[in-house]
Design a protein around this ligand. Structure first.
Ligand SMILES: *Cc1c(COP(=O)(O)O)cnc(C)c1O
Length: 386
């Protein structure tokens, strides 16, 4: 059997894969089994922050693999501690819990919110508010947090205690009454899976006022938007807010599984011995990779991400067949006249890998994609849309 048949026979059928087997790559170029080369405009869904098989990333991973690849959380290891320090220094957050994925980072945030609220406002105060059209993960609890019904249908009963309200609607906030016993509000500053939709700045500041007034936690899901993706280290930084909890994963370790739940001042001591844990959480190899990624996300590098985002946007906006472009930095959603899936297929035929989000084409290239590749990919995309 070839690889595609083997996969279809033995791998659970949760993914509708394209008939392409990727075997290798370098930076923003990847190659399939037939030797065809593609410009990668998806970077593993915002994971390979510095592209595929990046030399600095390999060096960081390799150095740690030769020392120790894993220890239990019964012992100290340097990469995990160094990474936690670096994340806190760059954000002003106070402590970090490490898991292995975005869903786990959000699970941790939800546990923190519930325990904080139970201790400070009483055990009945357990509701988490999230936004309609949000995406927070695939576990039963993060599905409950996800504000899109079609993800819920076959898996009820979900974890109780979640309310979804329309995004960008300050009135919907004011309608949440005291009886709702709200512990926290969880938002994506740019809804990713929902179609690459940034929240209105005015709404975010109204939300910020609301949570302060009502003594509610503000939690930012930066699983997709974090780690430089939007041209600042975290997307909340565009909005001038300071969330109490920030979750991230995807691009954090540049291609290894790592999730983090960053805890701000108000919740820094909520978790104590035994409250939470993860066997692989803070794994030294993943942490070493993440530290090398974070060290490269300097202010000047992030300015380049913003410039590349603006360039990509200008190459696409107003082109024939392109109705609109949304997003921030190198996280863009493109509304096209043709169905997005058809555009993605055409691009693939012409050597460019793109993603979709809802009915849009979604672009999440590596943060260090060379300008020339960005221009070439944009030309292919424009032709596919016309
Ligand atoms: C991808 C994503 C998740 C889930 O992350 P996993 O690592 O797949 O568990 C959660 N929230 C947002 C905003 C995401 O984009």
């Amino acid at each position: 059997m070839d690889i595609m048949q083997l996969d279809q026979t033995y791998v659970a059928g949760t993914y509708k894969r394209f008939p392409v087997e990727i075997v290798s790559g370098k930076g923003s170029l990847v190659r399939d089994a037939a030797g065809k080369e593609y410009i990668d405009m998806g970077s593993g869904i915002a994971v390979t922050s510095f592209g595929v098989a990046d030399d600095e990333w390999i060096a960081a991973v390799e150095a740690q693999i030769h020392r120790v690849q894993h220890m239990s959380n019964l012992y100290y290891t340097a990469p995990c501690a160094n990474l936690a320090e670096a994340l806190c220094l760059r954000t002003g957050m106070k402590k970090v819990f490490f898991g292995n994925s975005g869903a786990e980072a959000n699970e941790c945030a939800i546990k923190v919110a519930r325990k904080w609220a139970a201790e400070t406002k009483g055990p009945a105060c357990s509701t988490i508010v999230t936004l309609e059209n949000s995406f927070h993960g695939r576990t039963l609890t993060t599905l409950a947090a996800t504000g899109q019904d079609h993800y819920h249908e076959l898996f009820r009963p979900l974890t109780p205690g979640f309310i979804h309200i329309p995004a960008n609607d300050p009135d919907a906030l004011e309608k949440l009454c005291a009886d709702d016993a709200i512990a926290a509000v969880l938002i994506e500053c740019v809804q990713g899976e929902g179609g690459v939709i940034p929240l209105d700045p005015g709404y975010v500041s109204a939300l910020n006022d609301f949570v302060r007034r009502r003594n509610i936690l503000l939690m930012a899901d930066e699983v997709q938007t974090g780690n430089g993706r939007t041209g600042l280290l975290y997307a909340y930084m565009h909005y001038g807010i300071r969330p109490d909890v920030v979750t991230t994963a995807k691009g954090l370790a540049g291609g290894l599984p790592l999730g983090a739940c960053l805890l701000g001042e108000r919740v820094q001591n909520v978790l104590s011995f035994g409250d939470h844990g993860s066997t692989f959480g803070g794994n030294p190899v993943a942490s070493a990779a993440a530290l090398s990624v974070l060290n490269r996300l300097t202010d000047s590098f992030l300015a380049e991400v913003r410039a590349k985002g603006a360039l990509l946007r200008s190459l696409l906006e107003g082109a024939p067949g392109i109705l609109s472009v949304s997003g921030l930095g190198l996280m863009l959603g493109i509304r096209t006249e043709k169905p997005a899936a058809e555009v993605v297929r055409t691009c693939m035929e012409h050597g460019v890998l793109c993603l979709t989000a809802k009915d849009k084409v979604r672009l999440l290239p590596a943060l260090n994609i060379p300008e020339e590749l960005l221009r070439n990919a944009a030309a292919v995309l424009r032709a596919a849309c016309a």
